[in-house]
Design a binder for this molecule. Structure first.
Ligand code: ATP
Ligand code: MG
Length: 365
């Protein structure tokens, strides 16, 4: 399998109402056999980046390599067509042809264009791809007579049948209901790992990204904000925007009163790495890191609050904790603590510290 890399990629769409800077200098790479998830909010440039890599969109500047081969460069000018880049692709609307059978849908890219293969080989490849996605036996079925999840797997089989250098997927699960999405995403990950595929997968759903990715590439407003393994982004976000995107965060602003102690809206907090007395900090605490207790235990960073909201969510509860200076959200697993006075502790080692005015640096791995 082949890796891919992108350097300094920019793309501007010129419209009647002005220019849209969709990509503002993206540097990234996907190692051979790596499953990378491009994560970002709507309009952040994910689809544009994927289409540029695929060869369906022409960037303004930068370079794209597939393995050692340059498939796009602005200097010297190089543009390899989508067909000659040889990616397997699955898109959001998985483009299943309703007037064709399952077999014909999967065989389509093998029978046309430069990849044209002998009938015999096509049959073998389609059968193999359908086996991989567990649709063997359904090859003569008209495509509309399949469930949503099965149609999605036909689209996946079609991408696999071309024996692609790498797979590009753009929100392939968004048309499926929540339960099916979970099982199909598991299948996609299993299959990619079994085939040792290089995958670049787009989603705006952080849970999906965490479940699938070897590495997440977080993109915002056409820039790469951070890349790393799911737990690295969740636990060590390089700036508040990354932290916020990966899940709920309680924010406290504070000033270092003495070494190791920060004055915040909650009160005086002991914070690891708070060195420079007088300087300001932004502190982030995840709801699941707050420890609720019915009685005070005398530990450091313990405060008193009042549960003013308590929402049952099956395997956990979300509690709103009101204190004189700040209302916090805490995730509670286990015994319900009802409403009213409660004690809670913020473990020092779980506090994420940001220095305001700190600019998240772009990674150019
Ligand atoms: N063909 C186009 N012409 C003009 N602007 C475009 C075009 N395609 C995309 N854009 C703009 O470029 C920006 C990035 O769009 P893109 O489709 O890459 O976002 P995305 O991250 O895939 O979003 P979503 O999660 O909603 O699919 C957006 O502001 C979008 O409006
Ligand atoms: Mg998109």
């Amino acid at each position: 399998m082949t890796g891919l890399s992108v350097r300094g990629l920019t793309k501007v769409f010129r419209t009647k109402s002005g220019s849209v800077h969709a990509l503002r200098g993206i540097d990234m790479r996907v190692e051979p056999g790596e499953f990378c998830v491009l994560l970002g909010s709507s309009g952040s440039g994910k689809t544009t980046l994927l289409r540029c890599v695929a060869g369906l969109e022409k960037p303004d500047s930068g370079e794209i390599r597939l393995g050692d081969r340059i498939v796009f460069s602005d200097n010297p000018k190089t543009f390899v067509s989508a067909e000659d880049r040889g990616f397997g692709m699955v898109f959001q609307s998985y483009a299943i042809w309703p007037h064709m059978t399952v077999f014909e849908n999967v065989a389509l890219p093998l029978l046309h264009g430069k990849r044209k293969l002998l009938r015999q080989e096509v049959r073998g490849r389609v059968a193999h791809a359908l086996r991989l996605v567990q649709l063997e036996g359904l090859q003569d079925r008209p495509a509309p007579q399949l469930s949503g999840g099965q149609q999605q797997r036909v689209a996946l089989a079609r991408a696999l049948a071309v024996n692609a250098q790498a797979l590009l997927m753009d929100e392939p699960l968004s048309n499926l209901d929540a339960r099916l999405r979970e099982s199909v995403r598991y299948e996609i990950r299993e299959l990619a790992k079994k085939l040792n595929s290089t995958v670049l997968y787009v989603t705006h759903d952080q849970v999906e990204a965490m479940a699938l990715a070897d590495r997440i590439l977080l993109i915002g407003e056409g820039r790469l904000l951070q890349s790393g393994r799911p737990h690295e982004l969740y636990e060590k976000p390089i700036d508040p925007a990354v932290a916020e995107f990966l899940g709920t965060m309680n924010w406290l602003s504070g000033k270092i009163r003495e070494r190791g102690f920060v004055q915040t809206e909650l009160g005086l907090l002991r914070v690891h790495g708070a060195e420079k007395v007088g300087s300001e900090l932004l502190l982030g605490i995840r709801p699941e890191d707050i420890r609720l207790k019915p009685v005070p235990s005398g530990e450091i960073n313990e405060f008193r609050g009042e549960i003013v909201d308590n929402t049952y969510l099956g395997d956990h509860r979300l509690c709103k904790l009101k204190t004189p200076g700040k209302t916090m959200v805490a995730k509670l697993v286990g015994t319900d603590m009802g409403y009213g006075t409660v004690h809670f502790q913020v473990p020092e080692e779980r506090i994420v510290v940001f220095h305001p005015n700190h600019k998240g640096k772009e990674e150019s791995k």
